[in-house]
Design a protein around this ligand. Sequence first.
Ligand code: GUN
Ligand code: FE
Length: 424
Amino acid sequence: MHQSFALKGDIIFSQTPQTLAIYPSHYAICQDGVCVGVFAQLPEQFADIPVMDYSGKLIIPGLTDLHAHAPQYAFRSLDMDLELLDWLNTQTFPQEARYADLDYARRAYSIFAEDLRRSATTRAALFGTLHVPATLVLMQLLEQSGLETLVGKVNMDRNSPDNLCETDAQASLEATRAWLAGCRDLKHCRPILTPRFLPSCTDALMEGLHGLQQETALPVQSHLSENQGEIAWVRELCPQSSGYGDAYDRFGMFGGERCPTIMAHCVWSDAEERARMKQNGVFIAHCPQSNVNLSSGVAPVRTYLDEGLNIGLGSDIAGGTHLSILRAMADAVQVSKLRWRLFDQSLSPITLPEAFWMGTRGGGAFFGKVGAFEAGFAFDAVVLDDSDLPSPLDLTPEERLTRIIYLSDDRAVVHKYVDGRKLF
Ligand code: GUN
Ligand code: FE
């Protein structure tokens, strides 16, 4: 029994990083959760399927947030005048320690899960905290939300405050196994191994996580080359490595066929690190708002795109304040312009279609065939209603989408589908 339906509206998705496919008043057909394609008229064999008529509205693929910290949503926008390492110590670590309290965790994570559900995001890779019960609460809430998510119980056993530090590698690994057992039955919220970053993980912990990764083939997420002070610290902590990425690679936690990996930020990755990411298929989560808030720098996205690296967008809540990946698209263009003007005029700034591509197909690729209305892609769709944004101009669908991206107002998000399931 095949379950099919169609959405009718002004359909836009990325064909390549540079080109948008635009189909005004077309039908996107879903069969068993998978996209069949986009058509001007319903083909013969689909003539009788139900049609959701969203005429006059924009229909875009669901967005992917490739990097965010769910526990940090509670304090987003606070202490944004600090750089990374001070911000971690004064705000982030004390705030994450609160998740030892399961009542607090449930309250905080309920707010986060509901806001993510209501946003234009359909898929996300998220950090929890080191706490197993709280992380399982987060995962159950996300499972119920209907979104497709990856969540990591964070591993950290050094250079962290006493109330947010695992005793040693063994304790951290045992907690990780207990967490994996606890989320075994979830279908839409899956685990991802999450060493916080090298400064907070001992060699023994990284080696143990590598063993667990080999055993389970789970994906991995962490942070890479975000801040210059952090990079200098990693050089001291890992003197045998030629760089930050090399240090992860030596532990076998840096991409490769059986180890899909997301590295957040990559603001300062040099040619060697970029080559290694390309070779290993590592996904970069570009988090433009966080780049600015924490004064980290501006990631060289033009270079990443030109070199053909895997790259998507992240909100990096709460390094980033805003959960919206529409906002991340606009921010990505804006910071790229500043980088071009102030730092390197030989590399052109990224364009809005490139930012849209990163927020849909670029990040979506970490989840498989995701982020476009092409045959065989997961049917993740967002319906945008811009009728509350009147204009005296006769705007094209692309101009309307651009306006919604720059305004980044979730009120425009009126319907959402994930794998063909209607969330609202
Ligand atoms: N590096 C290690 N932990 C964090 C974090 O929580 N946020 C950001 N932006 N970078 C990190
Ligand atoms: Fe982060």
